[in-house]
Write a protein that binds this ligand. Structure first.
Ligand SMILES: C[S@@+](CC[C@H](N)C(=O)[O-])C[C@H]1O[C@@H](n2cnc3c(N)ncnc32)[C@H](O)[C@@H]1O
Length: 271
């Protein structure tokens, strides 16, 4: 039953590619990720998903990244007792439903107002869960998040779309809120930013990737309140073993060469 008409373009439209990736992978058996809510959302959204040209291997890549963020979010939440989660640029990701944290955990999903409006129509409410329709760079979201507990900020597939100035703004909003916490996000290399124009999902949506990371110290230089805790390269995630043989062979090479390895990684900073 297609019902929810969606007319997103550019960066916002890319959320339909990642939603579709998780839904398609889940519908095909979901060895990495099960996401029934994403499957139902894709059925309900009135949009030509074929135009995004997502192949099963693209869906698998999306599922692998989502699963890695799920695992890291659950792990950091356990390590930061009582932390409040802020999921920036949540798009139509159902992380809060997949992880199903206890109601005592306060969880905020943040994205542009029209994305959040659609989210409200597609996904059920839950105890302890709030959606905020504001850009990640807007200090307004931080004002809505109580500052009495540590913060676990998570952003998957956001930072590469920002300018360097917006990256600094996001860091400033996160760390400017009282107290301490962690920020977990993914970043791609500058070379990957340049090559992103060749990706079908970027070409079709008209999105622009702008920001790439060479050295994790760049984040600390941009905002000295942030200290790297850990980085995990995409090419070393355990689930990459599920890629077809040709991809695995290429990733094994990538993983041995630092210059290539940093094409994509997940970083965890303390502030
Ligand atoms: C590739 S999608 C990722 C969505 C979601 N994290 C996922 O993995 O499915 C990029 C997301 O970034 C959001 N986005 C881009 N710039 C943003 C900004 N300045 N503030 C908030 N969200 C932003 C878009 O609306 C979109 O939801």
């Amino acid at each position: 039953m297609a019902g929810e008409k969606v007319e997103f373009t550019r960066e916002k439209e890319t959320l339909l590619a990642t939603l579709y990736g998780r839904a398609a992978h889940s519908r095909a058996g979901g060895t990495v990720l099960r996401d029934p809510l994403a499957e139902r959302a894709v059925e309900r959204i009135d949009y030509d998903f074929h135009r995004l040209r997502m192949r099963p291997v693209d869906a698998l890549a999306v599922a692998i990244r989502a699963r890695a963020f799920d695992v890291l979010t659950a792990e950091r939440l356990a390590a930061l007792p009582g932390a409040t989660v802020v999921h920036l640029a949540c798009g139509l990701d159902t992380r809060v439903h997949r992880l199903d944290p206890p109601p005592g955990v306060r969880w905020f999903d943040v994205d542009y107002p029209d994305v959040i409006e659609l989210r409200r129509r597609l996904f059920p409410p839950r105890a302890g869960y709030t959606m905020i329709g504001l850009p990640a760079t807007d200090p307004g979201w931080a004002a809505l998040v109580p500052g009495d507990r540590p913060l676990l900020a998570v952003a998957e597939g956001l930072m590469m779309y920002l300018t360097a100035a917006q990256v600094r703004e996001v860091l400033g909003v996160i760390a400017g809120r009282s107290g301490s916490g962690e920020f977990v996000f993914d970043a791609i290399s500058r070379a990957a930013v340049k090559l992103s124009r060749l990706q079908p999902q970027i070409r079709v949506t008209g999105a622009t990737m702008r920001w790439g990371l060479t050295d994790p110290a760049e984040i600390t230089a941009a905002d000295p309140r942030f200290r790297l805790v850990r980085q995990i390269f995409y090419s070393e995630l355990p689930d990459v073993a599920r890629f077809p043989a040709g991809y695995r062979a290429a990733l094994a090479v990538v993983n041995r060469v630092y210059f290539l390895r940093r094409v994509g990684r997940i970083l965890d900073y303390r502030f």
